[in-house]
Design a protein around this ligand. Sequence first.
Ligand code: XMP
Length: 525
Amino acid sequence: LVLILDYGSQYTHLITRRIRSLSVFSLCISGTSSLKSIIDLKPSVVILSGGPHSVHTLDSPSFPDGFIEWAESNGVFVLGICYGLQLLVQRLGGEVKVGQKQEYGRMEIQVEKPSGLFASKNVGSKQVVWMSHGDEAARLPDGFEVVARSEQGSVAAIENPSRKFYGLQYHPEVTHTPEGMETLRYFLFDVCRVTAGWKMENVMDEEIKVIKNTVGPDEHVICALSGGVDSTVAATIVHKAIGDRLHCVFVDNGLLRYKERERVMETFEKDLHLPVTCVDATHEFLTKLKGVTDPEVKRKIIGKEFICIFDAFAQELERKLGSKPSYLVQGTLYPDVIESCPPPGSGRSHSHTIKSHHNVGGLPKDMKLKLIEPLKLLFKDEVRQLGKIMNVPEGFLKRHPFPGPGLAVRVLGDVTEGNALDILRQVDEIFIQSIKDAGLYDSIWQAFAVFLPIRSVGVQGDQRTHSHVVALRAVTSQDGMTADWYYFEHKFLDDVARKICNSVRGVNRVVQDITSKPPSTIEWE
Ligand code: XMP
């Protein structure tokens, strides 16, 4: 295991992912974790991440007392990156000062000694790296050597091979450091001698074993399937482990896309053989949403209603089985887990609630179900790989994200007004199908149509119309946190707009949303 101690750098997750892409298992925990929690994970390499702090600030985060002694006496390699290097220097008796010149962005470094960090034949003695620091190592602890310097003369890399301590002042994990990946690879395999062997097949086998050992032979498990990738892959792996003692529910809340219910149920039943009950709760949801226009109120109503239906499903199951189900499957991913324990001072703990995402941890508190979260160590692309080896159809795995509150956040205003939902479904289907036909679906993070609560004047077949306006939104993104709008060719947009107005009754105007996130969000509500 390569363990990353997180000091709040925006690149920390990237280090974890880069190492996993080398088939080496890596985990990231808070940089202020206790010594016991570090030791319990039995890492052979520990990487101290970068971070926004200065080692001189009061309360700046650091590794626990005894960490250095434990690492040395157990032959554990330690690599400090950026703030991590400065921590190592300071805690081992060297000196960190505010740099004469601050170094941000592209920088050239000169390797002064082809040490363990730079001995790979594939890295040059001069290389371009990505730096982002104000402080610098002014005096090294005893036994350390400078092995590379920046073009401005400051320390770029240090080492003390006999104690197995290394440090990089720059970020090898970002793509702006072109030789960074090779530096990490060489360091892990040739210096630390870790073995590669972390494959999705092993993850699957291991996870199935864990679930089998966790769930007793008479115990039952429930799962709410959303039609998204995460809950589907999570349910599939649990089903592989315990078979039909898993009971899934899929709720049609009347806010699904065109033929969504039929399409996902077919995948669940025919391709994955999952035991799923489909509950048609259209009436319940739409009755409660009647007349509601405030986006946050809509979200809250949907979240609450979903819980009621899930509760009823669990009670019905209890009547059938004669005992309560014991576990609940959730498709929690690794980024959700890491972000739930941010390092002190990183600012992540104070993030502002922009929208209440009801299906993140929003299940009934009094259900007393224990959780099974089989994906909690995986990133999204790893979940897709896992799904692939469990035969989840590729088309399903590549589906664009769809929000829990469904079309309710894409019909602005009252969703029950007129035939807004129906119009939106037809427009959305034309847009998505055209994107697929043009071979663009996989290059777009998310695309959808939005129904606007206004009418505009048009002329169709010599008749004046006063009809609805729809907006098209397509964005590119890495993780949904920031996004840019997607540039379609004019011909494509022209074709789509024409098709929509010609085939969807009640629409006479199509507009495109050309805002990024921020300042907008991806969804309109
Ligand atoms: P926003 O609109 O906040 O969306 O920029 C970011 C991403 O999250 C999705 N989204 C949701 N997903 N429940 C979800 O599971 C929700 O309530 C929800 N609201 C937004 C959105 O589709 C985008 O991918």
